[in-house]
Design a binder for this molecule. Structure first.
Ligand code: CTP
Length: 427
C-alpha cells in the first residue's frame, strides 16, 4: 500500500531512491524517507521535496550518491546534512540525530543517533513517520508514535509534553496544519499549546524563523481562517502587541483571497506574485510608523518587500481618489509605480465599484499597452534630441490610452500633433 504511494513519485525521484537504496546497502547504512513527505504520501497529496534520514554519515552518503548520479550537491557540515538538487526539487539528507535542550527555546545539543530517536524529537505524530528505503524492507511504513492513526482521525498531537516549549515555533506549525488539513488539535496538545502561548513562549523564537513561518502560513491557499484562529488564540502578539484587527480587516482578508485568485488566473505568466505580502500588509496596516519599522526590521524583510508594504500604508488616500471619473492616462499615472501585490491589495481593500473598475482597467488593459511608434520612427521625422524624444513618447503614450489609438499610422499622426504642440510652446 505504501509502496503504491512511492510509485506515484516522479520517475526521477524513484530512480534516485532506488540508487540510494543500493548505495546504503553497500555502505552498511540504513536510510528512510521521513517527515512531511511520508504524511503527504499517505494523504495522497503532491510531494515536491524529499527528506531522507541516514543512520550513518549523511554527507559521506550523499558524496557517493552524487558521484553515482554525476550531480553536484551542497553540504552543511555544522548540521551534518547535505542537499541534492534535481530539476526544481531538492532532496535533503540528514544523519539520524537526537536533540537535548539545555533550556526551553535554546538551540538543542545534537548528537548522531538512530531513526527511532530522530523521529521522537519531531513536532507531531503525523510528521514523525518514516518509510524504509532499505533493500529488505523497501516501502515499509515505520510508525512508532501512532502517526497513521492520528492521520486517519485528523488529529495533531505532540510527542512529548515539553514540545511547545523546546521549540515554540511548533505553536504556529500546529495551527498551520490544523487549517491546511482541516484537522483538530488533540485535547492535551491543545491545552499545552495554550499554556505555552500564555507564557509568551513565541517571544523566544528567533525572529527569522518566525518570519519564515509567517510567510508559509500566509501563503497557504486560504489564510483568512488561519489568521482568524491565530488572532483569537494569540492576538498576533508575536508580531507586535499593538496589532488590533477589526471586522473590516477580516473582510479585507476574505476579499484578498478572491482578488489574488482573480489576479493569478488572469496573469498566469506572473506566478511570482507574493500572496503573503498582500495579507501581511493587511495585518500591519494600522501599526504606527515607528512600530511598523521595528517589526519589518526585526523580521528582516527584504527592501522590496518593505517598500511594497510602506507604499500601501502611505498611499491609501491617493488611491481612494480613483473612485471618481478619471481619464485613462490619469488612472495609469496614479497606478503605474505599484508592485502587483500593492495593486491586488488596493483592489481587495476598497469595496467601491468605480475604484475597483479603474484598478481592473489598469491591470487588464492600460498596463498591457505598448506604443507601436518607436524612437527610430521619430528620428525619421526629424526628432534628434533624446530628451525631447522621451517627452514626445510619454505624451503620445498617454494620448494612446485616452484616445484608444491602435494602428501605428494613427499613433504617428498623433505624434506629429504632439511635436507641433510642444514646438509651438517652446517658441
Ligand atoms: N520538524 C519538527 N519541528 C519543527 C519543524 C520541523 O519536528 N519545528 C520536523 C517534522 O518532522 C517535519 C520535518 O521536520 O515534518 C520537516 O519540516 P518542514 O520541511 O518544515 O515541514 P513539513 O512537515 O515537510 O511540512 P510542509 O508541508 O509545510 O513543508
Amino acid at each position: 500500500m505504501i509502496n503504491s504511494r512511492l510509485k506515484k513519485l516522479t520517475p526521477q525521484f524513484k530512480n534516485i531512491l532506488k540508487i540510494s537504496s543500493k548505495i546504503a546497502k553497500k555502505s552498511g547504512y540504513n536510510i528512510y524517507l521521513v517527515g512531511g513527505v511520508v504524511r503527504d504520501l499517505l494523504l495522497n497529496r503532491p510531494v515536491f521535496d524529499l527528506d531522507i534520514v541516514v543512520e550513518g554519515d549523511a554527507i559521506l552518503f550523499v558524496k557517493r550518491l552524487a558521484g553515482c548520479l554525476g550531480q553536484s550537491f551542497r553540504k552543511h557540515h555544522s548540521f551534518g546534512t547535505a542537499t541534492l538538487y534535481h530539476d526544481n526539487h531538492k532532496i535533503d539528507f540528514a544523519t539520524a540525530r537526537q536533540e537535548k535542550y539545555q533550556h526551553h527555546g535554546a538551540l538543542p545539543k545534537v548528537q548522531p543517533s538512530c531513526l527511532e530517536k530522530d523521529l521522537a524529537r519531531r513536532d507531531f505524530s503525523i510528521n514523525a513517520m518514516a518509510i524504509s528505503l532499505n533493500k529488505e524492507s523497501y516501502g515499509q511504513l515505520i510508525d512508532f508514535y501512532g502517526g497513521r492513526r492520528d492521520l486517519k482521525n485528523g488529529l495533531i498531537r505532540i510527542l512529548y509534553p515539553e514540545s511547545f516549549l523546546d521549540d515554540s515555533l511548533r505553536i504556529l506549525r500546529a495551527l498551520r496544519f490544523e487549517q491546511r488539513f482541516s484537522f483538530r488539535i488533540e485535547a492535551k496538545t491543545f491545552l499545552l499549546m495554550e499554556k505555552a502561548i500564555k507564557s509568551g513562549a513565541l517571544k523566544f523564537v528567533h525572529s527569522h524563523r518566525l518570519r519564515n513561518e509567517l510567510i508559509l502560513f500566509l501563503n497557504e491557499p486560504k489564510p483568512y481562517k488561519y489568521i482568524k484562529r491565530l488572532y483569537s488564540l494569540e492576538n498576533l502578539n508575536f508580531i507586535d502587541e499593538s496589532i488590533k484587527l477589526n471586522k473590516k480587516d477580516f473582510r479585507f482578508f476574505i476579499r484578498a483571497e478572491s482578488a489574488l485568485k482573480f489576479y493569478k488566473k488572469k496573469f498566469k505568466e506572473n506566478n511570482e506574485i507574493k500572496s503573503w505580502l498582500v495579507y501581511l500588509a493587511g495585518i500591519l496596516l494600522h501599526l504606527s510608523d515607528e512600530k511598523y519599522l521595528e517589526v519589518v526590521n526585526r523580521f528582516g524583510f527584504r527592501k522590496d518587500q518593505r517598500d511594497t508594504i510602506s507604499s500601501i500604508k502611505k498611499n491609501l488616500g491617493k488611491i481612494r481618489k480613483l473612485d471618481y471619473k478619471k481619464k485613462n492616462s490619469e488612472i495609469y499615472k496614479i497606478l503605474k509605480n505599484y508592485s502587483p501585490e500593492a495593486l491586488v491589495f488596493f483592489y481587495a481593500y476598497f469595496p467601491k465599484k468605480n475604484l475597483r473598475k479603474n484598478i481592473r482597467l489598469f491591470l487588464e488593459v492600460l498596463s498591457q499597452q505598448k506604443l507601436k511608434v518607436k524612437g527610430k520612427d521619430l528620428k525619421k521625422i526629424g526628432i534628434q534630441s533624446s530628451s525631447f524624444m522621451g517627452e514626445i513618447l510619454k505624451e503620445l503614450f498617454y494620448r494612446k490610452l485616452d484616445k484608444g489609438l491602435e494602428a501605428k499610422g494613427e499613433e504617428l499622426r498623433e505624434a506629429k500633433e504632439v511635436i507641433q504642440n510642444k514646438q509651438s510652446l517652446k517658441r
